[in-house]
Design a protein around this ligand. Structure first.
Ligand code: AMP
Ligand code: MG
Length: 344
């Protein structure tokens, strides 16, 4: 199959909508990362997403809508909790996914057999236009091969999926750069399953008490059930071995310099560059977690493209604000390998 590259023109948006209505797959730009979309109400089309990505079938997909009213219009959920209305008013359209009890129209392929469904209303104008053109909600995971870093440009999607999907629509580089925050509203208390651009602090401000799932910061132990199946996989990984260093700024620089050599690089902050004696890739300014989120996946891909880097020493961000989302992706990219420099 030849994958066509579409642009943000009305004609191409209409074309993307047609492909999706016909059961095809389209790489779609959103403000978080590029999504690999299919008609969410067509189980066969959705099954093709899993095959194209090599995604485990037990990992459910997010359903994307073009207006809050789509939830009722398509009967996507059994009921809309009050908390969902509150959050939608504050954070939609935007990088927040809400999990609710699913409606009967949701195919098993979307929910991976769970009795819940994840829903998001994206803010990227092209994403909204494509959903409208398709005239159906779109199921879309990130448009990468399963396990590799999520795509933040159309070129990343082409790299991973060219020949496996009908089209990619180029809507530029993704603003947030990390996947959406996922919160479940289907349990007793609201609980964050995956951190993202909408922060835990913001959610607490809106709802009061909000729990954070253990899997956000820790590796699940053998046999432990994941509330969000996606969190149990090694993920977002470049081919190079990523090792996280916990400790002071000075300790990070000292350790990295002591271990520098052929095929070794540092994933660092702007302020570290001058002192590092190794190939360095900066995520952004030290405290600017939004900038770091924006560049993380792009840099992980660049490390692989270099073809030389085998080991990457990376700083660990703080866990406040958007830092929690960067931390969550980095520990998965590293397969949870963290060296505590203060304990050495
Ligand atoms: P991705 O589409 O790659 O951003 O992955 C979607 C994320 O949302 C994965 O981590 C899924 O496990 C999670 N997710 C989707 N639907 C549900 C659901 N019904 N319950 C729990 N987690 C979900
Ligand atoms: Mg993904």
């Amino acid at each position: 199959m030849k994958t066509i590259l579409l642009n943000e023109t009305p004609g191409d948006i209409e074309r993307a909508g047609e492909i999706l209505r016909g059961g095809g797959l389209v790489g779609v730009p959103t403000e978080t990362v590029y999504g690999l979309a299919a008609d969410a109400l067509n189980g066969e089309a959705v099954a093709r997403i899993f095959r194209a990505k090599g995604r485990p079938m037990d990992n459910p997909l997010i359903v994307h809508i073009a207006d809050f009213s789509d939830i009722e219009r398509f009967s996507l959920v059994r009921e809309i909790p009050e908390s969902a209305r509150l959050l939608a008013e504050r954070f939609w359209p935007g990088p927040l996914t809400m999990i609710m009890k699913k409606g009967e129209v949701i195919p098993d392929e979307v929910s991976a057999g769970l009795d819940t469904v994840a829903i998001r209303y994206p803010s990227h104008p092209a994403a909204r236009a494509i959903i409208k053109a398709a005239k159906t909600p779109l199921a879309a995971p990130s448009a990468n091969l399963s396990g590799s870093p999520s795509p933040t440009t159309a070129a990343h999607v082409m790299n991973d999926l060219s020949g496996r999907i009908e089209a990619v629509l180029d809507g530029g580089s993704c603003e947030v750069g990390l996947e959406s925050t996922v919160i479940t509203l289907a349990g007793e208390k609201p609980r964050v399953l995956r951190p993202g651009g909408v922060t835990v602090e913001q959610l607490r401000e809106a709802l009061g008490e909000v729990e954070v799932d253990d899997a956000v910061l820790h590796r699940l132990s053998e046999g432990e059930r994941a509330a969000s199946p996606g969190m149990k996989y090694k993920h977002y990984s470049p081919k190079a071995n990523v090792i996280l260093l916990r400790g002071s700024d000075e300790a990070f620089i000292e350790y990295t310099n002591a271990h520098s050599g052929d095929g070794v690089a540092a994933l660092c902050c702007d302020e570290d560059i001058a002192a590092l004696r190794t190939e360095a890739y900066s995520l952004g300014k030290r405290g600017d977690y939004s900038a770091q989120a924006h560049s993380l996946f792009e840099l992980l891909r660049r490390l692989d493209e270099s073809g030389r880097i085998r080991t990457v020493y990376s700083r660990l961000p703080g866990t406040d604000g958007v830092g929690l989302a960067v931390y969550n992706r980095l520990i998965r990219a590293a397969g949870f390998e963290v060296i505590d420099l203060e304990k050495k």
